[in-house]
Design a protein around this ligand. Structure first.
Ligand code: C2O
Ligand code: CU
Ligand code: CU
Length: 479
């Protein structure tokens, strides 16, 4: 039961919210609850509880609802939350598991849950074709394909409202564990990156689409100056001297592309969207486009008691006309504190992680062309009643994706992981399974994909959410 005074305060905030966003029926009735912010471990969001007693089965419940959380310390914001949390609790599964998600939509607007990057039946994809009405429920069901151990994420995908719904707080991680992981056991951290923008009263700031700022958001994808790690501001993570840690990083931002670096350290980049590479790659920094994931190993090479910072370095994805004024600023994301404990001996990392079997280019039966211009794919905006690419189950195809304009557009395909063949004609140096690929301004790339089972209508789109919502999306029908 909320105290009358705080209830009044909440009503005031929700009144502001009403004025901000497109009003929907039921908003007034769906009074926000004065939830206390759950105290998560900052280095790992909470986990969805598996209620199944059956072997190889994960059965969980997710409710999307309005909540009040202090995303910024001491300032309550009205958010959309999965099970009352931002980010939502992590779906933790193993290859081969059968997954059942009992979903309930307590939001005042239609929504879906899309399991970004997971290979699953069309009925469970949570695409805009399958909206769940306010008050409605749906069971999402799929079996996790062997060989797909990796980091994924879930988020809403309603027609033209995805950016709004994710910006309000709806996103969560998915970790698919391998049945035989080549990496030795070590501490793991899931790091979900997001950014947001707030009004003084704490309300999440969505600009009026007709305003100047609204126009910038539509062009760049909505960005905010507040950068979150697992919903926290500049959290402190710990590592022991000598220790090796496995970090899984998810970019859940609408438009921001991260270029992460840990001062005084290199990373061992070990994996991407669909899991591990064939071999670790030593790098100083990693670019993570919207919707993309990376797996990396961090070595605790510092002395006990010292501190270092994970930073987001500047990256110019913008057209010169709409570049934000602070685009060159380096942002601190988290502090990595080396504990006072005595150093441990580092565990050994295998030189070969796994085999990533190349899809066979000689089997390709079609070449699809995707041309990204500003807001358009092949000159068109999204039409749910149109099929843009039609193909058959089992076919292997090459897609040529060209970005002909002066800002980056990240390509995403639902349902079927792909491999990158080349970028601007340069062969990809190492193979990996991808579902996100940034296409920098005035460049092109070729990918190869095989439509293993699961007929249906699958989306492909730019993963700058404002672009997607404004129609930078197409339909791939697999029959
Ligand atoms: Cu991450 Cu179509 O979505
Ligand atoms: Cu997706
Ligand atoms: Cu785009």
């Amino acid at each position: 039961m909320a105290h009358p005074l705080s209830l009044l305060a909440l009503l005031t905030i929700s009144g502001t919210l009403l004025a901000q966003s497109r009003p929907r029926e039921g908003y007034a009735a769906a009074l926000p609850r004065a939830d206390l912010r759950p105290k998560d471990d900052e280095s790992n969001p909470a986990i969805l509880v598996n209620i199944s007693k059956l072997p190889k089965t994960v059965e969980v419940s997710i409710t999307a609802a309005i909540a009040t959380l202090s995303l910024q310390p001491g300032v309550p914001s009205i958010v959309f939350a999965y099970n009352g949390r931002v980010p939502g609790p992590t779906l933790n599964v193993r290859e081969g598991d059968h997954v059942i998600v009992h979903f309930r939509n307590d939001l005042p607007e239609p929504t879906t849950i899309h399991w970004h990057g997971i290979h699953l039946p069309f009925e469970s994809d949570g695409s805009p074709f399958r909206p769940i009405a306010p008050g409605g429920t749906h069971d999402y069901e799929f079996t996790v394909r062997p060989g797909t151990a990796g980091t994924y994420w879930y988020h809403p995908h309603p027609d033209r409202r995805t950016g709004f719904a994710i910006g309000k707080g709806l996103f969560g991680g998915i970790v698919v564990h391998a049945t035989d992981d080549p990496l030795p056991p070590m501490p793991e951290k899931l790091i979900i990156l997001s950014d947001n923008r707030f009004l003084k009263d704490g309300a999440i700031d969505f600009a009026d689409p007709h305003s100047h700022h609204g126009g910038i958001d539509e062009e760049n994808g909505r960005e905010g100056p507040v950068l979150f790690v697992n919903g926290h501001l500049l959290p402190t993570l710990t590592i022991r001297s000598g220790e090796l840690q496995r970090w899984r990083v998810v970019n859940a931002s609408a438009g921001r592309i991260y270029r992460i670096a840990l001062s005084g350290h290199t990373f061992l980049h070990v994996g991407s969207d669909g899991g591990l590479f064939e071999k670790p790659v030593e790098v100083k920094e990693i670019l993570i486009t919207t919707g993309e994931r990376v797996e990396l190993l961090v070595r605790g090479t510092d002395a006990p008691g010292s501190k270092t910072v994970l930073q987001n370095l500047s990256y110019d994805r913008y057209s010169p006309q709409t570049r934000p004024s602070d685009w060159e600023t380096t942002h601190d994301l988290l502090t990595l504190q080396t504990t006072d404990e005595a150093p441990v001996a580092p565990v050994a990392i295998p030189a070969t992680l796994r085999k990533v079997v190349a899809l066979d280019t000689t089997k390709s039966t079609a070449v699809r062309t995707v041309i990204f211009s500003q807001g358009l794919i092949n000159g068109k905006t999204m039409d749910m009643s149109r099929v843009d690419v039609s193909t058959k189950v089992g076919a292997t195809e090459i897609w040529e994706i060209a970005n002909i304009v002066g800002m980056d557009h990240p390509f995403h395909l639902h349902g079927f992981p792909f491999q990158v063949l080349d970028r601007d004609g340069v062969p990809e140096p190492y193979r990996s399974w991808k579902d996100m690929l940034n296409i920098p301004k005035h460049t092109s790339a070729r990918i190869i994909v095989r439509y293993d089972d699961y007929p249906g209508k699958w989306m492909f789109h730019c993963h700058i959410l404002d672009h997607e919502d404004h129609g930078m999306m197409g339909v791939l029908e697999v029959k």
